[in-house]
Design a protein around this ligand. Structure first.
Ligand SMILES: Nc1ncnc2c1ncn2[C@@H]1O[C@H](COP(=O)(O)OP(=O)(O)OP(=O)(O)O)[C@@H](O)[C@H]1O
Ligand SMILES: [Mg+2]
Length: 254
C-alpha cells in the first residue's frame, strides 16, 4: 500500500462566534504522494491557511484525521504532535519568520538542534541545504542583511533541513516582486525534483500554480479540482465522487 507523504480524511473545522457558527473546512480530503507538488488556490477567506495549519498539525480540526508520513495525528498529545511535526513536516510562510539575531546558517540549523543534534552536525547539514538553495555565499549573513528573496530562500532551507516528507508553504512568494517570485517558484520546483520532498503550496498566483503537478481550488471550505491552466472554468467538467481518483480523493462540490 502506498504510504502518502500527507493525508487528510474528512476534515471539518468550525468556529463558534456567539450564536453564529463559521464553517471554515467542510469535509476536506486530500492525499499527497511522496515527491508530488500540489498547489492550492482560492479566494481570500476560503480556508486555505486554516487547511494548511491543520495539515501541519498547528491547528486541530473539529473532526477528521490528518496522517503524516503514515502516522495518524489523532489522539496524540501535544509533545508527540510536535515531534511528528518536527520530524516529518517543513513550513514556509509569506513572511519569513527568521530569527533576526541568528545568522542564516544558525536559523537553518535550528530545527536540527531542536531534534538534539549537536551544533556542529546541525551546522554542517544547514550549510549543505543553504548551498542547495543557492546561498552558499550568504551563510554568515543575518536576516537584516539579506534581500526579501534571499530571506525566503533561507526560510525554504530551514523547512528542508530536517528532510521532511512534506513542506507546507502558505503564499511563499506573496511578499516578493514578480521576478523574484518566479525565481522562488523555480527553486521550489527544482528542490522538489531533487529532494523527493512533497510540497503543498497555497498561492494567489495562477501562473505559479500552473507549475505544480496538481492544482486544487478552495471554495468556501471545500477543496475541488482546479481547472487546467488557461482553460475557462465554464468548459471544465466538475469532478463527482464516482470519478474521483482513489489515490487523490478530492471532495466534489456540495
Ligand atoms: N480563530 C478564528 N476564529 C474565527 N474565525 C476564524 C479564525 N481563523 C480564521 N477564521 C475565519 O476562517 C475563514 C478562513 O480563514 P483563512 O485564514 O483560512 O483564509 P485564507 O483562504 O487563508 O485567506 P487569505 O487568502 O486571505 O489568506 C475566514 O473567514 C476567517 O475569518
Ligand atoms: Mg491565508
Amino acid at each position: 500500500m502506498t504510504e502518502f507523504a500527507l493525508q487528510a480524511r474528512h476534515l471539518f473545522k468550525h468556529y463558534d462566534e456567539g450564536a453564529a457558527r463559521i464553517d471554515v473546512l467542510r469535509d476536506v480530503s486530500l492525499a499527497v504522494i511522496p515527491g508530488e507538488m500540489v498547489a492550492i488556490i482560492g479566494a481570500s477567506g476560503s480556508g486555505k491557511s486554516t487547511l494548511l495549519h491543520t495539515l501541519g498539525l498547528l491547528d486541530l480540526p473539529t473532526s477528521g484525521e490528518v496522517i503524516v508520513a503514515g502516522t495518524s495525528s489523532n489522539g496524540l498529545n501535544e509533545a508527540t504532535r510536535s515531534r511528528l511535526r518536527n520530524r516529518a513536516l517543513g513550513f514556509v510562510y509569506q513572511f519569513h519568520h527568521l530569527l533576526p539575531e541568528f545568522s542564516a546558517l544558525d536559523n537553518v540549523a535550528m530545527p536540527l538542534i531542536v531534534r538534539r543534534q549537536t551544533r556542529d552536525a546541525a551546522r554542517l547539514e544547514a550549510q549543505r541545504v543553504l548551498e542547495l538553495v543557492g546561498l552558499a555565499a550568504r551563510v554568515t549573513h543575518f536576516p537584516g542583511q539579506l534581500s526579501g528573496g534571499e530571506r525566503q530562500r533561507v526560510a525554504l532551507a530551514r523547512a528542508l533541513v530536517g528532510r521532511p516528507a512534506c513542506v507546507l508553504a502558505d503564499e511563499p512568494t506573496g511578499n516578493l516582486d514578480r521576478h523574484t517570485a518566479h525565481q522562488m517558484f523555480s527553486l521550489l520546483k527544482q528542490v522538489n525534483a531533487q529532494s523527493g520532498t512533497a510540497f503543498v503550496i497555497v498561492t494567489h498566483d495562477p501562473e505559479l500554480a500552473a507549475l505544480a503537478d496538481r492544482r486544487l481550488h478552495m471554495e468556501s471550505g471545500c477543496l475541488v479540482q482546479a481547472p487546467p491552466p488557461e482553460t475557462p472554468q465554464s468548459e471544465v467538467p466538475q469532478p463527482d465522487a464516482s470519478q474521483s481518483d482513489a489515490q487523490h480523493p478530492v471532495r466534489a462540490r456540495p
